[in-house]
Design a protein around this ligand. Sequence first.
Ligand code: TXA
Ligand code: MG
Length: 347
Amino acid sequence: MQTKLLCPSADPTAIEQAGALLRAGEVVGIPTETVYGLAANALDPVAVSHIFEAKGRPQDNPLIVHIASLDSVQEIAATFPPEAQALAQAYWPGPLTIILPKQDRIPMVTSGGLNTVGIRFPSHPIAQAIICAAGVPLAAPSANLSGRPSTTTAQHVMEDLNGNIAAIVDGGPCTVGVESTVVSLCGERPRLLRPGGISLEQLEAVLGTVEVDRALREKIDDTEKVSAPGMKYRHYAPKAQVTVVFGTPEASADYIYAQLGENSGVLCFDDCAARFAGKAVVETFGPSGDAAEQAREVFDALRRFDDTDCTEIYAQCPPSDGIGLAVSNRIKKAAGFHIIDLTEGQA
Ligand code: TXA
Ligand code: MG
């Protein structure tokens, strides 16, 4: 299959072409404010099954359903409780996915066999226009091959999926850079399943206390049952083994410097890069004090290591407040939770 690159900035018919392909049951890569998505008609089980095939994604990993109007929630979720409405009011359209009990019309293949469904109203104008042009809600996981870092440019999507999907819509680089926050409202208390573009602090400002899923803090065995099935799979990983080093930028840089071998790579803050020049393959992902910039750059930086000869990568990591929680979660997952914590034992 020839994968078409559609550019709305140059071609006024691009959105309509994407909508027509989606209506015809095809899979299309689309930009969102978080990461690129691999979209298909969420109500068509055959179209959705092609997403799983193109990504090489395990069938038990549910997809998020994307909408472009609040009214669509009633067609997808069995209930829209007040706390979900409050979240929608505060953070939609935006980088937040809310898990609710699903309606029967959402096929089981879309929800990974669960009775719940993740719903997101993206803020990206091109994503919204494509959903409207398709005329149906769109199921879309991140547009990467399963296990690889998520994609934040149309070029990344081409790298992973060229030849396997009908088209990619180029909306330029994503402005958030890490995926949406996933919060479940299906249990007794709200539960954070994946940190993302909306911080835990922002969720708690609306919901009060939010439980944090165990899968965010530690590695989950493949055989265990988890609330967000996606959390148990190897993720975001470059080919080389990654080790995360937690600590102040100075302390982690010192530690990493002492470990460097022949084929080492370093994923580091901009302000620490000079330290490693000539000693290792260095990829930077933003200033140490700017987690929002780190979020925009982290996946691109992880991907760049695959063009190098590194056999091991040491990574710096931001503190876990604000969007730093999402950045550190993605780096820990890229490392398979292989973590050196220099703060352990400190008060
Ligand atoms: O920002 C995003 O959320 C992007 C863009 C394209 O919207 N999408 C995305 O989808 O990251 P994906 O499939 O790569 O990640 C969705 C995560 C997975 O960890 C999945 O297991 C979880 O959300 N999830 C989806 N539906 C769920 C459900 N019904 N119950 C629990 N977890 C769910
Ligand atoms: Mg993903």
